[in-house]
Design a protein around this ligand. Structure first.
Ligand SMILES: NC(=O)c1ccc[n+]([C@@H]2O[C@H](COP(=O)([O-])OP(=O)(O)OC[C@H]3O[C@@H](n4cnc5c(N)ncnc54)[C@H](O)[C@@H]3O)[C@@H](O)[C@H]2O)c1
Ligand SMILES: N[C@H](C(=O)O)[C@H](O)COP(=O)(O)O
Length: 330
């Protein structure tokens, strides 16, 4: 049997546990182990659950049973939490699952990590000092105190978008658009594309300002920061082009002009991907020493516990993780 892949259950009050259960019911999560709370998974429709001590025990789990690893220090009473509400206990549990899963992956007991959605306010209410998975995984992957440079990518069949800045206020994001940040993003995106077979990806860089600054009339970041970073990347052999107007570059990429788009801010980059349908997208953390993917949607508190959540994006995330492992030869 291949080394199992781990799926964290996400926020107990959101749709995470039910899309995980649905993926197993549909046979899309064979070879996976869930890191979570058995009672939460049962309430979300998991049916029979087998608690195991190690991913290697998956081989002993009877067919039809959902295998669960329970992290230490999981808060009690999670299965009694009201659906669709921010709760510090759910935030603490979500963080405990992520920590345990990373520990197992880094120990070589599991091959990759797929994370079901967490709620950022619940995480903060629990005192977790990271806004989202990406920042937490970066910290958990640190080597000798050195944080690996990571970037968020959202991808579907039509677009692949890598972000320079993510979970910060827009005013702060603008400050974080520096020559170094753009150049690092281009390097990470270029290197990551080799994992899906593109050794020389055509990378379009979206500007920050309307019409990419319109020659300096609407802002100078393109002239002073972004274009020089593109030049520096090109000097390293990276096929980076732009900066292009953000409002039209995604349309061009979707038609095939580029393989990847680098966007300066969260919503510049993610609106085009999510607008094509949250059921299709996958969130991939580039730059980690292990494979991590996630659905491109959140906890969907408005429909949690109603049996309406579509597991398609989680299934796409599992498939992406498997393909990335295969590309790494693992
Ligand atoms: N991977 C993650 O952990 C992740 C990703 C995105 C957002 N979030 C977090 O989730 C929380 C809620 O975010 P939000 O409300 O902005 O976005 P959301 O994606 O949770 O919900 C947006 C809309 O999409 C619908 N939707 C989402 N997933 C669905 C599914 N599987 N099936 C059917 N409909 C679905 C919801 O019902 C809602 O109407 C926030 O804290 C956000 O930061 C987490
Ligand atoms: N920015 C992501 C999105 O909107 O889909 C989401 O917040 C998840 O981020 P993490 O993977 O860092 O939790």
């Amino acid at each position: 049997m291949n080394t199992p892949l781990l799926i964290t259950m996400g926020d107990a009050a959101g749709v995470g546990p039910e899309i995980v259960a649905a993926a197993f019911r549909r046979g899309e999560a064979d070879g996976c182990v869930v890191v979570g709370d058995p009672a939460v998974l049962r309430r979300a429709g998991a049916g029979m659950v087998a608690v195991i001590d190690s991913p290697a025990d998956l081989a002993e789990v009877p067919p039809g049973c959902l295998p669960v690893l329970v992290p230490p220090a999981l808060p009690e009473g999670l299965a009694a939490l009201p659906w669709g509400r921010v709760d510090a206990r759910a935030g603490a549990a979500a963080a405990a699952c992520i920590e345990e899963a990373v520990r197992r992956v880094r120990a070589g007991e599991a091959s990759a990590l797929v994370t079901a959605p967490i709620h950022k306010e619940a995480l903060a209410a629990a005192g977790v000092p990271f806004p989202g998975h990406t920042e937490m995984l970066q910290a958990l992957a640190a080597d000798g105190g050195e944080l690996p440079p990571v970037r968020m990518m959202l991808a579907n069949e039509e677009l692949r978008v890598v972000l320079v800045t993510i979970h910060v206020a827009l005013r702060q994001a603008i400050e974080l658009v520096t020559h170094d940040a753009v150049l690092r993003t281009l390097r990470i995106a270029h290197a990551a594309a080799a994992a899906w077979g593109q050794r020389a990806p055509r990378i379009a860089v979206a500007g920050l300002n309307p019409h990419a600054g319109e020659g300096g009339l609407f802002g100078r970041e393109e002239i002073e920061i972004i274009a020089p970073a593109i030049e520096a990347a090109r000097a390293e052999g990276i096929d980076a082009q732009g900066p292009f107007p953000p409002d039209t570059v995604f349309m061009r990429a979707r038609r095939g002009a580029f393989d990847l788009v680098v966007a300066m801010t969260h919503d510049h980059g993610l609106i085009p991907v999510k607008y094509l349908g949250v059921e299709h997208g996958v969130n991939v953390t580039l730059g980690l020493p292990f494979v991590r993917t996630s659905p491109d949607h959140g906890t969907a508190f408005d429909i949690a516990g109603q049996g309406r959540a579509d597991p398609a994006s989680l299934v796409a995330a599992i498939r992406w993780a498997r393909a990335a492992l295969a590309a790494r030869g693992g």
